[in-house]
Design a binder for this molecule. Structure first.
Ligand code: GLN
Length: 242
């Protein structure tokens, strides 16, 4: 039984995650067993791994709760100094135009540009837009590290918000995806792997240590995608079962 008692956060989910999607990527990873639903940490000698959550605008609290449930320590990132000593970083949803303006205003842009070139990063919704190489109608350039093209607010005028069954690849597990004025991923670069689809359309991608989802995994109690990011993308090790 993989998901033993003591696994926080993933009690409701099925045991498999999208982690094996990495097998299709450029480099095989060390892990051999399929990813398990479980906590992460500790990182090295000291304590729980610190996972930054950008907190200029957008949903810090729910990502922080997910990170905490999985055994890592969420860190609020709103000033340059907050980016030190992180094991991974989450860029939440929100309004990408506002977030980009605030990045300039707070002096966070340059250190964040460095951070997304070094750390494992998960971008959700507006966070995907920030990471994307190209996106439309923005006041300043994106961070540009993820080789996709995002089209903002592209799920139709009437339907600004919906929930749909997202299929994780390659396992085929289903998760509920909450899409709130979400971007569409219009182009996927050659080094980018699709890890989630809605009706065959890519809604989740991975490029090495960068992951991005067009929807909001923090808005459902299912922790599989956060667990996948922390364990398989960021390489944070699962805690021992007690
Ligand atoms: N529509 C927003 C944008 O373009 C993204 C919405 C979201 O993050 N939920 O930035």
């Amino acid at each position: 039984m993989r998901n033993a008692a003591g696994d926080p956060g993933l009690k409701r989910g099925r045991k498999r995650s999208v982690g094996r999607a990495v097998a299709g990527g450029a480099r095989p990873r060390r892990r051999s067993a399929p990813p398990r639903a479980g906590a992460v940490g500790p990182a090295g000698a000291g304590g729980r791994p610190r996972v930054g959550v950008l907190s200029l605008q957008g949903d810090f609290a729910r990502h922080a709760a997910a990170v905490r449930e999985l055994g890592a320590e969420p860190v609020r990132v709103s000033l340059p100094g907050d980016l030190s000593s992180l094991s991974a970083l989450i860029l939440p949803g929100g309004e990408s135009t506002t977030m980009l303006r605030l990045l300039e205003a707070t002096g966070l842009r340059a250190p964040l540009e460095r951070a997304v070139r070094e750390l494992p990063v998960l971008g959700t919704c507006a966070g995907l837009i920030l990471l994307a190489r190209e996106a439309d109608r923005l006041p300043c350039p994106t961070l540009g590290v993820l080789d996709v093209t995002a089209e903002r607010n592209a799920w139709g005028r009437q339907v600004h918000s919906f929930s749909g069954r997202v299929r994780l690849e390659p396992g085929g597990d289903l998760v509920e995806g909450v899409f709130i004025r979400a971007p569409r991923i219009r182009r996927v670069g050659p080094g980018v792997e699709v890890v989630a689809r809605l009706d065959d359309e890519p809604v989740g991608v991975r490029q090495g240590r960068l992951a991005a989802l067009a929807f909001h995994p923090e808005l459902t109690p299912d922790r599989r995608l956060h667990a996948w990011f922390l364990r398989d993308v960021a390489g944070l090790r699962p805690a021992e079962h007690r």
